[in-house]
Design a protein around this ligand. Structure first.
Ligand code: AMP
Ligand code: GLY
Length: 420
């Protein structure tokens, strides 16, 4: 089998690496990919991610059996519909179904129709009206730009002054190219990521994970694309996971069927366990990043065969590691997320070779055959341990051996599992 993965980050590296482990797979290409992936024999394809015609030509010329989409933007823009019209096999939700991530308003409507627990909210387009509403609310309160903002369009305002600043930047300065905000009730509780393969009305959950969105230790500093993750999450009980599947994931799949827009692909639900039970904070229509980098290593069955089965609407065989815990820590450029240092020289790619199953590259490029940073999040390293303390000890030792200048990472990834 020959597989194409679309995307270029740590998530796509983890996905492609898992595919290439399969005995049924001869070649894995990643488009555009990154040079770090070559340590695992993954071939990068120099075609732009927005060049869909170029992609389909590549797929035909290279006899690719099927394509797997990593990031949300092509899904929301309708890449799966485009491939299917071209009679090519692709895994991921349709453009209509991808609105679950692309439009927070659509997601809220789906949840309301299916009685899925989530935060109360109101939508606004007018700055004055929003401000007026806000003066009658209690704090903290959550302000979200509608549409895609790469995890950065969410402000948790502690008081009216912070809320006013957020409204001004979203509605007046239109920082995220949207003219709509959602003002949402603040949900208090432990957060976790629940991902599942969805095939129309069938739901195949993965073990849960937890991301660390803030830049600095103790969950301080600005929101980022994720500074680390771990799987599973021992402080969340099996009962809560079961309740979340029964009250959130299955009803979401069923509601999409009812609306005539069946969901086929990966559904990611960001959940907060409140005192009234699990509630949804967001849907994504693809694998989470960096969650994937710690969840997929725990899949014991052949991932390429799992996706092949799902593409035929058959039940996949899914067996997950049940022992221990897998931890992942992101190494980022100094100044990330606001103003990351550019073009940091990294250790040679060959120096990372012995660790090729412990590392997923994200923002890297080759300049004169040297590995150089190309973005805020550079790579993620991951390792399993018998428990969190063991995983932390082993992983942080590994990371220290490869530390590059002008980079940083959080020293406390996984700390919430130790609070249990
Ligand atoms: P989102 O982009 O919707 O995933 O939001 C980013 C982060 O903001 C989430 O992972 C939560 O940590 C936080 N967040 C979003 N909505 C809420 C909410 N209603 N209550 C509390 N925290 C929230
Ligand atoms: N880790 C959060 C996300 O993938 O959106």
């Amino acid at each position: 089998m020959k597989i194409l993965v679309i995307g270029s980050g740590g998530r796509e590296h983890a996905i492609a690496r898992k595919f290439i482990e399969s005995d049924a797979v001869s070649d894995v290409y990643c488009l555009p990919g990154n040079p770090g992936m070559s340590n695992n024999g993954i071939k990068s394809v120099g075609i732009d991610i927005t060049n869909w015609i170029g992609m389909t030509t590549f797929v035909r010329e290279n006899d690719i059996d099927w394509t797997f989409v990593g990031p949300e933007i092509p899904l929301i823009d309708g890449i799966t519909d485009f491939f299917r019209e071209e009679n090519l096999v692709i895994y991921g939700p349709s453009k209509a179904a991808a609105q679950l991530e692309g439009s927070k308003e659509f997601a809220k409507q789906v949840m309301a129709s299916a009685n899925i627990p989530t935060a109360n909210y109101q939508t606004f387009t007018d700055y004055r009206t929003a401000l007026d509403y806000m003066t009658h609310q209690s704090f903290p309160i959550v302000i979200k730009a509608n549409g895609l903002a790469g995890g950065k369009g969410v402000i948790i305002a502690q008081d009216l002054s912070e809320a006013t600043d957020a409204l001004r930047s979203f509605l007046v300065q239109q920082q995220f190219n949207t003219t709509e905000v959602l003002i949402e009730e603040y949900l208090d509780g432990e957060e976790f990521s629940l991902m599942a393969f969805i095939d129309r009305d069938k739901v195949y959950p993965m073990p849960i994970s937890q991301d660390h969105k803030r830049a600095f230790e103790g969950d301080n500093g600005p929101n980022t694309g994720g500074m680390g993750a771990y799987c599973p999450v021992p402080q969340i009980s099996e009962d809560v996971v079961t309740e979340s599947i029964d009250k959130i994931v299955q009803p979401t799949a069923d509601e999409m069927m009812k609306r005539g827009i069946p969901f086929t692909g990966i559904l990611y639900v960001g959940v907060i366990l409140t005192k009234d039970g699990p509630k949804v904070i967001e849907y994504n229509v693809r694998f989470g990043d960096p969650e994937t980098e710690v969840v997929l290593p725990r899949l014991k069955t052949d991932f390429a065969l799992v996706i092949s089965k799902l593409l035929q609407h058959e039940s996949p065989s899914l067996q997950w590691e049940t022992e221990g815990i897998t931890l992942g820590v992101v190494i980022a450029a100094d100044g990330y997320p606001e103003n990351p240092v550019k073009n940091i020289t990294l250790p040679n790619l060959s120096d990372f070779k012995s660790l090729s199953n412990r590392i997923d590259f994200a923002g890297v490029k080759l300049v004169d055959k040297k590995l150089v940073s190309a973005g805020g999040r550079i790579y993620i390293m991951h390792k399993s341990g018998v428990d969190m303390a063991d995983a932390q000890q082993k992983l942080y030792r590994l990371i220290a051996d490869f530390e590059a200048h002008k980079t940083f990472y959080r020293m406390d990834i996984g700390y919430r599992a130790n609070l249990k």
